[in-house]
Write a protein that binds this ligand. Structure first.
Ligand code: ADP
Ligand code: ADP
Length: 229
């Protein structure tokens, strides 16, 4: 599903953000990416979603060599990937229903299919009765559920969650984690989650890739007790 082979990224200012990364992530895996600030986590995500191109090596996602994509092909490629952020990034002037349906309208999905799928994902994230609410009428945990529903609405093969629990209290964080596990299980979505939340990593054990100074310092297949990042 995702293969990085000999991937290095040097920014124009000479910073080596990633150095000789070799990784394989299989379809249906749920993987944590952890590491201190500056270790290369964001750069890795940007290489996966086509925002940055590698200086060396190949980034392959769903059979596509992402670093070699023409600019004009990147938006179409991105339909394979859902992304969720720490700060939710919902459209404040749109309802919950509209936030999710909008993501499907822009890819020209038919209206009746959109309505069906929006209801389906609202149910999946436990927000059936919030379709007419606006984001500012919801708690942080609920807003993140909407963002997750929106990210998976078009059934992307990969979901990237960038610090999805960074703004949530421990209870809400745990609920979001349980939701992501359900999506991984029921929709078969491959999930990459960047996190600093060591409590979650130690509780919901999964493969954990530890980045340090732009290289993979550890790749723990079953997760493990990690003391700090
Ligand atoms: P993390 O997400 O783990 O904090 P980043 O991938 O953001 O790590 O950063 C890795 C290194 O690359 C850091 O030294 C950072 O300062 C540098 N870096 C990140 N983005 C850029 C950029 N656009 N231009 C130059 N240097 C960058
Ligand atoms: P139907 O008439 O086919 O049963 P509705 O359009 O009445 O479907 O929608 C059913 C539910 O879907 C509503 O309770 C609402 O939560 C949600 N919904 C549908 N369209 C919208 C919309 N434009 N804005 C907000 N919620 C909507």
């Amino acid at each position: 599903m995702i293969t990085l082979a000999g991937v290095s990224k040097t920014y124009k200012n000479g910073v080596n953000a990633l150095y000789d990364i070799n990784l394989e992530i299989k379809q249906g895996e749920f993987v944590y990416i952890i590491g201190p600030t500056g270790s290369g986590k964001s750069t890795l995500i940007k290489l996966l979603d086509g925002e940055e191109v590698p200086t060396k090596g190949n980034v392959d996602v769903v059979g596509i060599n992402v670093g070699k994509l023409k600019h004009s092909r990147v938006p179409l490629y991105r339909r394979n990937i859902g992304v969720v952020f720490q700060d939710f990034r919902l459209l404040e002037a749109k309802t919950v229903f509209e936030n999710i349906s909008y993501a499907l309208e822009v890819i020209n999905m038919k209206k009746d299919i959109i309505r069906h799928r929006v209801r389906q994902v609202m149910n999946l994230v436990g927000l059936d009765d919030k379709g007419s609410s606006f984001p500012n009428e919801l708690s942080g945990g609920q807003q993140q559920r909407v963002a997750i529903a929106r990210a998976i609405a078009n059934k992307p093969k990969v979901l990237i969650a960038d610090e999805p629990t960074g703004n949530l209290d421990p209870v809400k964080s745990d609920e979001i984690m349980t939701l992501l596990e359900k999506i991984n299980r029921e929709e078969g979505t491959t999930i990459l989650m960047v996190t600093h939340d060591i409590t979650l990593v130690n509780k919901h054990r999964k493969r954990t890739i530890v980045l340090e100074n732009g290289h993979v310092a550890a790749d723990l297949s079953e997760g493990g007790y990690i003391k700090h990042v």
